[in-house]
Design a protein around this ligand. Structure first.
Ligand SMILES: Cc1cc2nc3c(=O)[nH]c(=O)nc-3n(C[C@H](O)[C@H](O)[C@H](O)COP(=O)(O)OP(=O)(O)OC[C@H]3O[C@@H](n4cnc5c(N)ncnc54)[C@H](O)[C@@H]3O)c2cc1C
Length: 578
């Protein structure tokens, strides 16, 4: 998959008709000229029996083919806010091959003033054109949107969920046949819960027959406005009971992993308790300053899409926090070969990553003050300063015990977020120690990386970082001399003065340099192995783990979840052995 772009072709909108935008490539409208919002309500919401279908439910999933302007998501969200069962969660999962830009969405939303303030909230998290998953979470409303930017065939084949309702809203079958193929309709069947209902505007014969072949019972209904008919379909069976909720969750570790988990679980209504032997940001997440940068690779692969999605998600989480300084980061190339590699990477990305002929500009990257970000992500979740020595699991609870054998906590589930401390519980994490130093003096205008990095920090300029296998970063002096030398080489006009602060921490590394995020057992989960980019990857992976524990829509498609699966190293060992 090397060389394939990591961004989708944008939607091309034709605004020449006063009634609303048309998709230039499909010759079809995005929404009804008469009243798009009323049509959405009639065809999709009423067509799927909403809101009655979600009454009494703790979790409900709506799937959609064709995110388009997001009108259906907005109408659904509005109805959910008005009729949501107490404490329930709604997952909306949609697929889009040609995403609208934020500016186009602003223009389209002008047609629906009634949907304010939801349009503003959606625009705040409007997804980039990046391929793959985009997760938008609105915990105050118990609502999450998962949009996959891809062809519908590829997106559905890489997902496992059970939808209770479907909005089939691709462009008309005559104009976009691929969206209505038998393969796609079969996938809709595979991803449907018993009793799932479908609403769609088309009554095309092959769609009706295709839905029947996929297992649905299909019926025509009177259409909306000038359309004579629309279609409803029902999957046989009745919906099964949902899994028990993890009401109380214990998290071991209050670094960026634990803080992100606390936020994701608390947002789902769990009672959360965090334990940390050293207090919040007392481990690797406590450097004086750091960078939020995307992990860049010149390939379209599941883990590449997922880590880019994680970077976007983290950025949206931290936006507006104290300790978050957007403004971009510059990456220097060490030689011509690396320059070519960076130019190749930029060619795969959107305008936020740009090779300007001499350096790689990462415009969406940012400088951070890590401990302040951790504090904001923790919010008001309590942190108990204690070391957990052992965890035991029974059929209905987990027990967290200290070195004196005292049970400190009983909870419904536990998440290990103990960074390099994970080596005690999981064999495939290894420690990698590192140092940074803050020098008096001026920092470069934009943070700069070259393998090492330099950025502004409280008291001066921070230069980092060393990588030493094990838990001991070694003596300060050789590292400080190395930082001075690198700073003088890259910034001859700037001076690194006296040492204001040194800091060292221990990263958690894995054999394939990818994080571990997922289930270890029925009541235990892990988020660790975050290596050198914990601040970019933790929030989305935490959202993924919290969704798994709650039985909600995972934040990652199957292939990406497998790339981060805690069991992968054992599976690989067994394959090699057998
Ligand atoms: C020198 C250096 C520079 C870095 N720079 C950056 C950067 O610029 N940008 C970036 O994104 N990343 C950077 N990183 C990496 C980043 O710091 C890590 O990826 C991230 O902090 C990992 O977060 P975590 O929550 O998994 O681990 P940690 O922050 O280490 O948190 C784990 C916590 O678990 C606690 N704990 C462990 N065991 C137990 C136990 N048994 N009981 C109770 N508590 C326990 C520890 O006290 C610790 O606080 C850097 C790392 C280093 C070392």
């Amino acid at each position: 998959m090397t060389g394939e772009s990591l961004v989708c072709e944008p939607a091309r909108l034709d605004w020449s008709e006063p009634s609303g935008p048309r998709a230039a490539d499909y010759g079809d409208v995005y929404f009804s000229a008469e009243d798009g919002l009323e049509e959405t309500r009639a065809v999709f919401l009423t067509g799927c029996g909403l809101p009655e279908a979600w009454q009494g439910r703790r979790h409900f999933v709506v799937g959609e083919l064709g995110f388009g302007t997001g009108l259906n998501a907005l109408a659904l969200w509005q109805l959910w806010r008005e009729t949501r069962p107490a404490g329930a969660w709604l997952d909306f999962v949609s697929v889009e091959k040609h995403p609208l830009s934020r500016d186009e969405a602003v223009r389209a939303f002008a047609a629906w003033p009634d949907l304010e303030p939801l349009t503003t909230r959606l625009l705040k998290q409007w997804p980039s054109r990046q391929k793959g998953v985009h997760r938008l979470v609105f915990p105050e409303d118990g609502f999450a949107i998962t949009v996959i930017h891809d062809t519908v065939e590829a997106a559905l084949a890489d997902m496992d969920f059970r939808a209770d309702a479907w909005f089939l809203d691709g462009f008309a079958p005559a104009k976009n046949d691929a969206m209505w193929s038998q393969d796609v309709l079969d996938q809709v069947g595979r991803l449907s819960a018993p009793g799932a209902r479908i609403g769609t505007f088309t009554v095309a014969g092959h769609v009706r027959r295709g839905l029947q072949a996929a297992g649905f019972e299909v019926a025509k209904r009177p259409g909306f406005g000038r359309k004579r008919e629309r279609l409803e379909a029902v999957f046989p069976g009745t919906s099964a009971a949902t899994m028990p909720l993890p009401r109380k969750v214990a998290i071991i570790g209050a670094g960026i992993a634990g803080a992100s988990l606390a936020r994701a679980f608390a947002g789902r209504g769990s009672e959360v308790v965090v334990f940390d032997a050293a207090g919040p940001a007392g481990g690797a997440s406590g450097a004086p300053a750091g960078l939020l940068t995307p992990r860049l690779e010149r390939a379209d692969r599941p883990h590449v899409r997922a880590t880019l999605a994680a970077f976007d998600y983290a950025r949206r989480c931290y936006e507006g926090f104290d300790g978050f300084y957007p403004g971009g980061v510059v990456r220097l190339a060490k030689d011509e070969r690396e320059a070519q590699r960076f130019a190749g990477i930029a060619a795969l990305m959107d305008e936020r990553v740009e090779w300007d002929g001499s350096v790689l500009q990462m415009h969406a990257a940012a400088r951070i003050e890590p401990a302040r970000i951790v504090a904001r992500m923790l919010g008001d979740v309590p942190v108990c300063q204690a070391r957990i020595a052992s965890v035991s699991e029974t059929d209905n609870e987990v027990l967290l015990v200290n070195a004196d054998g005292k049970t400190l906590c009983r909870a419904d589930c536990v998440v290990f977020a103990c960074g390099a401390g994970m080596t005690a519980w999981y064999p495939d994490i290894s420690p990698s120690a590192g140092q940074v130093a803050v020098f008096a003096g001026e920092a470069p205008a934009r943070p700069v990386t070259w393998g090492g990095y330099a950025c502004a920090a409280p008291g001066g300029v921070l230069v980092g970082a060393t990588h030493v296998a094990g838990e001991d970063a070694g003596p300060d002096e050789p590292a400080i001399a190395g930082f001075r030398e690198a700073y003088a080489r890259h910034f001859p006009s700037l001076k690194a003065g006296e040492v204001v602060q040194t800091w060292c921490g221990v990263r958690a590394s894995t054999p394939d340099r990818l994080p571990v995020a997922g289930a270890l057992g029925p009541r235990s989960f892990v988020l660790s192995g975050l290596g050198s980019r914990g601040f970019a990857h933790a929030p989305l992976l935490a959202e993924h783990v919290a969704a798994l524990a709650h039985g909600h829509m995972p934040a990652l498609p199957r292939s990406a979840a497998e790339a981060f699966d805690p069991a992968r190293f054992e599976i690989r060992r067994q394959r090699r052995g057998g």
